[in-house]
Design a protein around this ligand. Structure first.
Ligand code: PMV
Length: 298
C-alpha cells in the first residue's frame, strides 16, 4: 500500500516562511496510506479523515484532492478513472502541525503511480505536493512537503535545496503530545503576516536560534537542544502563535523531566514536542502525560 509519513518541525516554524532556515524531521511511525480497491461501480473516494465515501464526481471542485487527481490524470495520461475506490486511511491528525495535508497528497500520488504504472521522481512528487499545499495553506514555505516526500531530517531554507541532516536524537526521546485543538495553518500564517512589522525582529531571532541549534544537533547535546526548544517556544509565544493549552503542556513537560519543549507547526493548537534526556525519562514523561489525560501521539 502506498503511504507517506507525518513530520514535525524541531526549530524555526513561521520564520521559515520569511526565508529563515528551519529544521524538520519525518515521523515515519505515523502515516497516511492510500490504496485502490475494486467496487465495480465508479471511481470513489473513501477517506477516514474527511469522513467521505462518495463518487469522485461529487467531490467539491477546487478541493486539494480533486485538483491533484485531475492533474495526475492529465500529466500521466490516465484517460479514464477505474471502477475502484481510492481508500485513504490516516493516523495523522488534521490541522495539527504534523503535515497531514502534504502526507495525503504524497500518498495519493504514490498510489496512482503504483496503480497506473508510471514513475514519479521525488523531485516531481515534491513539486506536485507543493502545488496542492498552496491550496491548503496559501503561502507555504515548502518545508512540510519536502520533509515528507524525502522522508529525511532536513535543514530547509525557502528557495534553496534542502540539506539532509543527520539527527542522532533517539526517536523514543522525542514525544509528541496533542492539545486536541484544530488550528488551520493558513489562518495563523496570515495573522503573523498581518503583523509583520512588529514581528520582523522575532522572526530574525528565530532564524539565529535555528543556526545555533546545528552544532548541538550534530553532537546530540540534548541539554542544549532542550534549552533552544524552550527559547524557540518563547519566541513563538511572542509571535502570538501559542495558546494556553500549548503553554500548559509545555510547563507540564518541563516539570516532569523534559529538557525542552515547544509547539510544533503553525500553533494555536495542534501539538507540542518534548525532548526527554534519557529513555527512562521519556518513559516516565509519557506516563505522566497519560495520567493527566493528555493524548500522547508519540
Ligand atoms: O502545516 P504546519 O502547521 O506544520 O505549519 C507549517 C509551518 C509554518 O512555518 C507555520 C508554515 C510554513 O509554510 O512553513
Amino acid at each position: 500500500m502506498a503511504s507517506a509519513s507525518a513530520k514535525t518541525i524541531l526549530f524555526g516554524e513561521h520564520a521559515v516562511v520569511y526565508g529563515e532556515p528551519a529544521i524538520a524531521v519525518p515521523l515515519s511511525e505515523i502515516r497516511t496510506r492510500a490504496d485502490f480497491v475494486p467496487n465495480g461501480e465508479c471511481f470513489r473516494i473513501d477517506s477516514d479523515k474527511s469522513e467521505t465515501d462518495l463518487p469522485f464526481s461529487e467531490l467539491p471542485d477546487g478541493t486539494g484532492l480533486k485538483v491533484l487527481i485531475r492533474w495526475l490524470c492529465e500529466a500521466y495520461h490516465i484517460p479514464e478513472l477505474p471502477k475502484e475506490t481510492l481508500t485513504i486511511r490516516s493516523d495523522i491528525p488534521i490541522a495539527s502541525g504534523l503535515g497531514s495535508g502534504a502526507a495525503l497528497s504524497a500518498a495519493v500520488c504514490r498510489a496512482f503511480a503504483e496503480r497506473f504504472g508510471f514513475n514519479m521522481s521525488k523531485d516531481e512528487l515534491n513539486a506536485a505536493v507543493y502545488e496542492i499545499e498552496k491550496i491548503y495553506h496559501g503561502n507555504p514555505s515548502g518545508i512540510d512537503n519536502t520533509t515528507i516526500v524525502y522522508e529525511h531530517p532536513i535543514l530547509f531554507t525557502r528557495g534553496s535545496d534542502p540539506q539532509v541532516l543527520p539527527i542522532p536524537i533517539p526517536r523514543k526521546q522525542l514525544l509528541v503530545i496533542s492539545t486536541g485543538i484544530y488550528s488551520p495553518t493558513a489562518e495563523v500564517v496570515a495573522d503573523v503576516r498581518a503583523h509583520y512589522p512588529e514581528n520582523a525582529e522575532i522572526i530574525r531571532s528565530i532564524g539565529a536560534l535555528v543556526r545555533e541549534a546545528l552544532p548541538p544537533l550534530k553532537a546530540c547535546d540534548l541539554e542544549k537542544l532542550g534549552e533552544l526548544m524552550n527559547e524557540n517556544h518563547y519566541l513563538l509565544q511572542k509571535l502570538e502563535v501559542s495558546c494556553r493549552e500549548l503553554d500548559e503542556l509545555q510547563t507540564f513537560a518541563l516539570r516532569h523531566g523534559a529538557v525542552g519543549a515547544k509547539l510544533t507547526g503553525a500553533g494555536r493548537g495542534g501539538n507540542l514536542i518534548a525532548l526527554a534526556p534519557s529513555y527512562d525519562a521519556a518513559y516516565t514523561l509519557r506516563n505522566e502525560f497519560r495520567r493527566k489525560g493528555a493524548h500522547v501521539i508519540l
